[in-house]
Design a protein around this ligand. Structure first.
Ligand code: GLU
Length: 270
């Protein structure tokens, strides 16, 4: 009897692996259709990036430009009652989470790059950033060109910044952290003398930490796009259509103004 039960479970496992259990895989689903059926879009967002996606521990709410854009797009795509669900991603985890179907889309300070296009599709650009560096107020470093073998640059795993800084400061040592809060803590504790990522992200940090400043302007272009799984043309078209609509009806400008009232450089004109 026992043997029979074991065989039964073994057989079930084979059947399940062959795909008869647990519904369709992400690749076979039409996300445009399933998101309508569930009346929700699951967005992968940052939880540690001031101005774009930051978890407010007091309210348990995540807030920022990416969050407001995701809410506005959800409303355009699903109507007023549509739900925008937010799941935390980091630069390193966002593509795997998308590929595994844990999230429907990534809206998380993510640069559209040729390398990433091999794995995911991108919407039209919704924010224009550029990479920069941040140092302590009294640091002698004035630009990326000043970085040499004596400097340790802090960057985040899975970001374009980590790859770009190798090119622009080939002699500098690079320490890669898991996420932005860890990287900033490392800077504060002196594990590195420079931190690098997009200007808009660094500005958010410097604004609440006046001992630090951005120097040297930007040295790359980092156009942000919303990443979607490959073969989801319907969903991608709907996202682009919704983006167009929020530009046309002024919602985009309103959200931009809310988060970046003194800086037009990231704004994308339709
Ligand atoms: N925009 C850059 C990137 O996509 C840096 C910001 C981030 O790590 O999300 O990698």
């Amino acid at each position: 009897m026992k043997k029979k039960i074991v065989w039964f479970f073994a057989l079930m496992m084979v059947v399940c692996t062959l795909g008869a259990c647990g519904g369709k895989s992400v690749a076979d689903q039409d996300i445009a259709k399933t998101s309508r059926e569930k009346n929700q879009i699951v967005w992968g967002v940052k939880y540690d990036t001031r101005l774009f996606g930051l978890m407010d521990i007091a309210t348990g709410e995540v807030r920022g430009f990416d969050i407001d854009i995701a809410k506005a797009l959800t409303e355009k795509m699903l109507g007023r009652d549509g739900n925008a669900i937010f799941v935390e991603v980091t630069s390193k985890t966002r593509i795997p989470l998308l590929k595994n179907g844990n999230i429907d889309a990534i809206i998380a300070t993510m640069t559209i790059s040729e390398e990433r296009k091999k794995q995911v599709d991108f919407s039209d650009v919704y924010f224009d950033a550029g990479q920069s560096i941040m140092v302590q107020k009294d640091s002698p470093i004035q630009s990326v060109n000043d970085l040499g073998a004596n400097n340790t640059v802090l960057a985040v795993k899975g970001s374009t910044s980590a790859a770009n800084i190798r090119e622009h400061a080939p002699d500098a040592k690079i320490l890669e952290l898991e996420n932005y809060s860890e990287a900033f803590t490392a800077l504060q504790s002196g594990q590195g003398d420079v931190m690098t990522t997009d200007n808009a992200i660094l500005l958010g940090m410097a604004a609440s930490n006046p001992d630090y400043k951005l120097v040297g302007g930007t040295f790359t272009n980092e156009p942000y796009g919303i990443a979607i799984n490959k073969n989801q043309e319907n969903f991608l078209n709907e996202v682009n259509q919704a983006l167009k609509e929020i530009h046309e009806d002024g919602t985009y400008d309103e959200i931009y103004q809310k988060w970046f009232p003194d800086d037009e450089t990231g704004k994308v004109e339709e």
